[in-house]
Design a protein around this ligand. Structure first.
Ligand code: MG
Length: 236
């Protein structure tokens, strides 16, 4: 595997509450977009990803997908317990989208509105469902993806990590093919760059570092209204 990751505060927000993992040696890639006042969002996203990584590689045996899910649930517990411990952190939470590559398989866990995409044979497909108010509307046919992208209520999440003692975390397994490229990103990217354009940029820039830089550059050129995080990984 090869990977390239970038995270930027953007041009409007005072701080960066996004966080990522790009662990090529162990095949773990993840993004998280925290929420909560007083920098609690930053605490939530960092805490979640650290807990995920530590629990996943603590030596416990088991099938990869159940191990990844257990690690995601542990991350939920960790953020939730921390949120109960201080007033400033009450109600904090985070999105989390993680892919763990083991052999020829990719194992994915996801909650919230960050996304994982797969570029295969030039075609970009979304691997995750947005757990957001507009995401639910798109799935029920009430809104197009383009309408959702610019909807005033697009930031309302229907699921998040760490806001409750239990979390409804999606999971799936993907058969990887040589040359596949994974894009994990927070909403700060796809809110300003539609899917077709994401695909065009990834197809135009075969070099991961170049593609990541170009995605970030364009997000900032379009106002950088939110924190932007991009993790690109190539399966070789
Ligand atoms: Mg965001």
């Amino acid at each position: 595997m090869r990977a390239e990751a970038l995270s930027h505060t953007g041009l409007v927000r005072p701080g960066n509450e996004d966080c990522f993992i790009s662990d090529v040696d162990r095949g773990l890639f993840a993004v998280a977009d925290g929420m909560g006042g007083h920098q609690a969002g930053e605490v939530a996203s960092h805490l979640a990803l650290r807990a995920l990584q530590e629990r996943l590689f603590d030596g416990t045996a088991g099938e990869p997908l159940s191990r990844l899910l257990a690690a995601a649930e542990f991350a939920n517990q960790t953020v939730y317990r921390c949120s109960l411990a201080s007033k400033e952190r009450a109600g904090m939470g985070t999105t989390m989208t993680a892919v763990w590559i083991v052999g020829s398989k990719g194992f994915l866990v996801h909650i919230g509105d960050s996304r994982a995409y797969l570029l295969r044979g030039g075609q970009l497909q979304v691997l995750t469902n947005d757990h957001s108010y507009v995401g639910e509307l798109v799935r029920s046919g009430g809104l197009t993806t383009e309408e959702a992208r610019v909807h005033p209520q697009r930031n309302i999440l229907t699921r998040a990590l760490g806001t409750d003692g239990t979390a409804a975390i999606d999971s799936r397994e993907i058969e990887m093919k040589r040359g596949d490229r994974l894009l994990l990103c927070t909403d700060g990217l796809y809110e300003v760059i539609p899917d077709q354009e994401l695909a065009n940029i990834m197809n135009r820039h075969r070099e991961l570092a170049e593609a990541a830089r170009e995605l970030l550059r364009l997000a900032l050129e379009r106002g950088g209204p939110d924190n932007v995080t991009v993790v690109l990984a190539l399966y070789e």
